[in-house]
Design a protein around this ligand. Structure first.
Ligand code: PLP
Length: 380
């Protein structure tokens, strides 16, 4: 992403800074590489629900993947087509389900039988059919951080393969449920394509099995999770959509007329944003140097929550020599650390620091812990 330094220098820190041009370029590449698939691409709003970003993505013709009533409202306000909305989550409340029914969203991604029964009941009361896909837990290890792997039997998401036949029968029997498809989402920040290939094999197997039993699906939803290069945000400023879609083109046996749904969050928005912060102090403790920023884990919690690494860039230092620093925030927690033993040009109070690849799960996860204000957003 680009930085317009003159603008940045005049702004109060910390704030999120987004490169709209890079977002457009990313959306163009995304759509280009999906050509040849009957794809409906949903943007996972939880990655970043900033209204300007949502509008940009809705205008590009994408659908929306939603995990709460608040997100349904935000997606409606941004102009997403309700028919291209998928609503997922293990804990949908009654008002959220009613909202989805009233707005005629395209699909509820259902995670349990008790939830399906409630959706059926609320659809009956609303005089509607509820379109659903069953979220299947395919028991595939995505080889990502344990907090962001979602497709193995040990975690709370989806219906296990053993239970699936009975749950499908149950769905077909419910009078106000319209079973449209199967949904899968195996994890986040996947950089290897092997788990996606395994997912394709699993989907093919399930489709063959159900076809023999007379069950056909309109929709196969393979979720999201495509990762980005946190180490090289400039070299790989756009995710490798070509490689990702190629896996599905090569390995998935879709039936005629079937739609293939995707739900991508991070891969669309992560590289388009940075968290911009000022250095408050450079502090020395024995043999360690700390760069203390005015941004912390309340602005960007990923390092503290998932042990995630972001590149840290000093935007203003003109020093030619480097030093090794721990880059930390002001919050009263030992985990409020952005980078350890990180090499930066000699850094001093007042320097502007960009924490890169922060467009996804940054602003949307910000909190007011320590009574910190929420970070504002500015656009290039
Ligand atoms: C979070 C989530 C996504 C998006 O994940 P990314 O890693 O940001 O692509 C897609 N589908 C579901 C069900 C999710 O929970």
């Amino acid at each position: 992403m680009k930085f317009r330094l003159n603008d940045i220098m005049a702004m109060q820190t910390p704030f999120y800074y987004y490169d709209t041009q890079l977002l457009r370029e990313t959306l163009d590449q995304l759509k280009r590489h999906a050509q040849g698939l009957p794809a409906v691409i949903h943007y996972a709003v939880k990655a970043n629900g900033n209204p300007r970003i949502l509008k940009e993505i809705a205008d590009a013709g994408l659908g929306a993947d939603l995990v709460s009533g608040g997100e349904i409202k935000a997606a409606l306000a941004a102009g997403f087509d309700p028919q291209m909305m998928a609503y997922a989550g293990v804990g949908k409340t009654d008002w959220e389900i009613r909202l989805g029914l009233d707005q005629k969203i395209g699909c509820f991604n259902v995670e349990s039988v008790p939830e399906m029964d409630v959706i059926n009941q609320l659809a009956l009361e609303a005089g509607r059919m509820a379109p659903i896909a069953i979220r299947v837990n395919p028991d595939i290890d995505a080889h990502t951080h344990r907090y962001i792997t979602t497709g193995t039997a040990e975690n709370k998401f989806g219906i296990t393969l053993e239970d699936l036949p009975a749950v499908i029968d149950h769905a077909i029997a419910l009078p106000h449920i319209h079973l449209r498809g199967l949904h899968f989402h195996i994890g986040s920040q996947l950089t290897l394509m092997e788990p996606y290939r395994m997912l394709c094999d699993k989907v093919n197997e399930l489709q063959d099995y159900y076809e023999q039993r007379g069950v056909r699906f309109e929709i196969i939803n393979v979720g999201g999770g495509l990762g980005i290069d946190y180490d090289n945000p400039d070299k790989h400023s756009v995710a490798d959509f070509e490689q990702y879609f190629a896996v599905f083109k090569q390995h998935l046996n879709l039936r005629p007329g079937q739609q293939l749904h995707f739900e991508l969050g991070r891969a669309i928005i992560a590289q388009c944003g940075s968290l911009i912060s000022r250095v408050l102090y450079v502090k020395r403790n024995r043999d360690k140097s700390f760069v203390i920023l005015d941004a912390g884990m309340t602005d960007l919690i990923r390092p503290a929550l998932y042990e995630a690494h972001h590149q840290v860039q000093n935007l203003t230092s003109v020093a030619t020599e480097q030093d090794i620093y721990d880059v930390v925030g002001p919050i009263c927690e030992s985990s409020d650390v952005f980078a350890r033993n990180f090499s930066l040009p000699i850094t001093q109070r007042g320097d502007l620091i960009a924490i890169r690849s922060a467009g996804a799960y940054g602003e949307s996860m910000a909190s007011t812990y320590n009574m910190q204000p929420l970070p504002p957003a500015h656009f290039l």
